[in-house]
Write a protein that binds this ligand. Structure first.
Ligand code: UD1
Length: 341
């Protein structure tokens, strides 16, 4: 079966392409290479022994999307990762985010709507919950007003899909990711942020390798046990596997709603200081850091109730925080050597 993975050379997309190929699916990747590199294709190939089909394509070009689906009429499912994801940039340039994240989604759904049957997996985010009132967060927690255009594109994307499935043959799964970290244990693929990393774990590993002087911990005066924010960090390979089981559920027509929603996290919250300690343990070195002021827009605590995904998808995150950090550290060491050549 042929599966389209949009944004398949990106961080989560590439790991999902690997898991799909491991399960015997034929993968076609489209990616505009705006925040990824063509070498990722070779990484996927070295891990799985198979190079996925690839087309460089910008999903904002409606005619190119139409043409793609004419040439690939036999696609059985679409996993849609292609989107911009920098919160700060989305505040600076909201229309870029609405055009890229919403326009592309509409063009894809327009093509899927023409099919007799279509299966669609959407990359959503726990950001839709804002600061939830109750921990752990269940899927029925209220959606809160987005603090950034990026977050808003995830909320609007979910709404668009929920409207479209009602009047089409499209079945969808919306996966609300918590905080994906880590890399493939082979260190053949991983996260490669352009410029200064905004997310915690890439900043930590880049500091560990000496690329950054020290980590700034954004606030230690939050109402948490050690004063730093708490998040649910999930190994990207576990997250990738959740996409495969969600897709299989749709392909086997086991879904009970036309758009099902699942939290994808570990169910365990870790503070920033706990992540630093875990990194120090797995890397065997001290991490230089300082406490600075809070980052605007940060919530205090978010971790998932994963009962629904555990029961319905028969999926559970397997890796610990330390295992995820070990893979992230191995990847950082490898990629710096490669880039230095
Ligand atoms: C961030 C985005 C979120 C997006 C997600 C995608 C913000 C406010 N939120 O989530 O919308 O869906 O990335 O991956 O940007 N931290 C530091 N120092 C750093 C970096 C982070 O202390 O240099 C802290 C943050 O304050 C936070 C935690 O580490 O408490 C995790 O931060 P991050 O990795 O950026 O993830 P989120 O903020 O949860």
């Amino acid at each position: 079966m042929k599966i389209l993975v949009t944004g398949g050379l990106g961080f989560i997309g590439s790991h999902t392409a690997v898991e799909l190929q491991n399960q015997g699916f034929d993968v076609v990747i489209i990616d505009d290479l705006s925040n990824s590199s063509i070498e990722v294709l070779e990484g996927i190939s070295r891990i799985t022994g198979k190079t996925p089909a690839f087309e460089k394509l910008d999903l904002r070009e409606k005619s190119a999307v139409q043409d793609f689906f004419k040439r690939h009429a036999d696609i059985s499912g679409v996993i849609h990762f292609a989107a911009s994801k920098a919160v700060g940039e989305s505040v600076e340039n909201p229309l870029l985010y609405y055009e890229n994240n919403i326009g592309s989604l509409v063009y894809l759904l327009q093509e899927l709507e023409k099919k007799n049957e279509a299966n669609f997996i959407f990359s959503s985010s726990c950001t839709v919950y804002g600061q939830a009132g109750k921990m752990p967060i269940t899927e029925d927690a209220p959606i809160q007003e987005a603090v950034s255009p990026y977050g808003n594109t995830k909320q609007i994307g979910e709404e668009i899909i929920k409207d479209v499935v009602k009047v089409s043959n499209i079945n969808a799964v919306l996966l609300r990711y918590f905080n994906p970290i880590g890399a493939h244990p082979s260190a053949e693929i991983g996260e490669l942020p352009i410029g200064v990393p905004q997310n915690l774990v890439p900043f930590i590993t880049q500091t560990g390798i000496g690329l950054r002087e020290e980590l700034s911990v954004f606030g230690d005066d939050y109402p948490t046990p050690d004063g730093t924010c708490i998040r649910d960090y999930i190994h990207v390979v576990d997250l990738a596997k959740a996409h495969v089981v969600a897709l299989q559920r749709l392909l086997q027509k086991k879904n009970t709603e036309k758009a099902e929603v699942f939290n994808v996290g570990t169910g365990k919250g870790s503070s920033v200081l706990e992540v630093i300690k875990a990194f120090e343990k797995v890397s065997g070195q001290k991490l230089p850091y300082k406490i600075v002021g809070r980052r605007s827009g940060d919530i205090t605590v978010a971790y998932a109730n994963t009962n629904k995904a555990n029961a319905v998808l028969n999926w559970k995150a397997q890796s610990t925080l330390e295992e995820a950090l070990t893979s992230a550290w191995k990847w950082e060491q490898k990629i710096r050597k490669v880039l230095a050549k």
